[in-house]
Design a protein around this ligand. Sequence first.
Ligand code: SF4
Length: 221
Amino acid sequence: MRQDKADKVAKILARLYPDPPIPLQHDSTFTLLIAVLLSAQTTDARVNLVTPGLFKRARTAAKMAQLEVAEILEQIRTCGLAPKKAKAIRDLSRILVEKHGSQVPAHFEGLEALPGVGHKTASVVMAQAFGVAAFPVDTHIHRLAARWGLSTGKNVEKTEADLKKLFPERLWNDLHLQIIYFGREHCPARGHDLSTCKICSWAATAKRVREEASKKGGARR
Ligand code: SF4
């Protein structure tokens, strides 16, 4: 049942987004890493607004390592958690220079050891820079996987494990992006009509259908 749903979801998403582009502007593995780090709790659009200024100052680990944290902060100030991210960017650049020959490591262990880089950020870099199959799960994908009945995971780690079991590895990298694009385009935060949706109209869990119906009932009262 869950597998049938997953197969159908994959087909619909592939039809809607046959070749999903990487939403964060970058021109190297290093600039991708920095953009992904900046995207935590910040929209991709906001990240794409600040990165040109930042990368004008420094587009390599060696150059970034020489900047003061305050100079980085000045460029990324409008992103969420900017002070923490500015320090992480400077510190990770120094580590790349000192330990990795100024290159971004192409393995989870090395990436996740960098300041400001968690499993989700590392997964995006592994998938989009190195072409390694990964399934980065953020809160949006976590929420949609639950709404579609593909996972009952209480956290992103469990949802990632569930999704990896349901979808063939060759689809993971695209699916991560396709689900994000679908969510952005179709999924409002507030209650709405599930029956008109290309996915929830048939995939929504019974619990979700009841919740939406009661929200509507509440709105009418
Ligand atoms: S019904 Fe709403 S939440 Fe469910 S997939 Fe469609 S748009 Fe997203």
